[in-house]
Design a protein around this ligand. Structure first.
Ligand SMILES: [Zn+2]
Length: 226
């Protein structure tokens, strides 16, 4: 079994060439053979985060929530609930700036402020970072490494937003989730996200997992932090 610390946790020395590679799937983890890693971005949201947490609890499913600092500050009780129900929490920046236009200074502010807010609410320093739009720009990756977080992307997007985020498209992409996938979904309503459509098919998808011998695991659980 791959040792997470050997594989990923390289102390950042200031050399960008040594920045750890982002995690895109968990297929390389021997222990994760039948695991899928569901991730929800852009929350917490006062309507959809509780609804999604209820569905996850009904199927005893575990996930990872990449929260926005701004929303976490507004809805701290939802951040507490995410952690209390056994899910992992990640940092998705404070206000979701586009990394392409983000200076060193803004990246530091956006990332550090969010980790601080999460720590204030939960007592946990987040270990996982996802840049807005999944864009890998050096200032954000560097700041994540400086704050001892792994950058986590995905290998399977449900595309629960915009024109493709209609209910039938979401259902079909949920049905194609396989072992080792890190799955991108959204509980937050920002921009064109459609957590309403996602919620229509999330229960059926979770109900289908035992038949496929798949189970859901949080990032903390998969990487041995629980
Ligand atoms: Zn986002």
């Amino acid at each position: 079994m791959m040792n997470f610390n050997q594989a990923h946790r390289i102390a950042y020395s200031g050399n960008d060439a040594l920045l750890p590679k982002p995690i895109r799937s968990t297929a390389s983890l021997g222990q994760s053979a039948r695991a899928v890693c569901l991730t929800f971005d852009d929350g917490p949201d006062p309507v959809y985060t509780p609804a999604i947490l209820d569905v996850l609890a009904a199927y005893n499913a575990k996930a990872t929530f990449f929260v926005l600092g701004e929303a976490a500050e507004t809805y701290p009780q939802l951040v507490e609930r995410i952690v209390a129900e056994g899910h992992s929490i990640g940092n998705h920046t404070y206000s979701h700036p586009h990394p392409w236009f983000t200076s060193e200074e803004i990246a530091k502010e956006e990332v550090e402020k969010t980790s601080h807010i999460i720590h204030q609410i939960t007592g946990i320093r987040p270990r996982w970072f996802r840049p807005p739009y999944g864009r890998l720009r050096i200032p954000m990756r560097r700041q994540a490494a400086l704050n001892n977080m792994e950058t986590v992307l995905w290998n399977h997007s449900i595309i629960d937003w915009g024109m493709l985020g209609n209910a039938s498209g979401i259902r079909s992409r949920l049905s194609r989730i396989k072992a080792g996938d890190i799955v991108l979904m959204h509980d937050g309503q920002r921009e064109h996200n459609r957590p309403d459509n996602l919620l229509r098919y999330l229960p059926g998808f979770l109900a289908s997992l035992p038949g496929k011998e798949l189970n859901t695991r949080s990032l903390d659980d998969l990487y041995g932090f629980l």
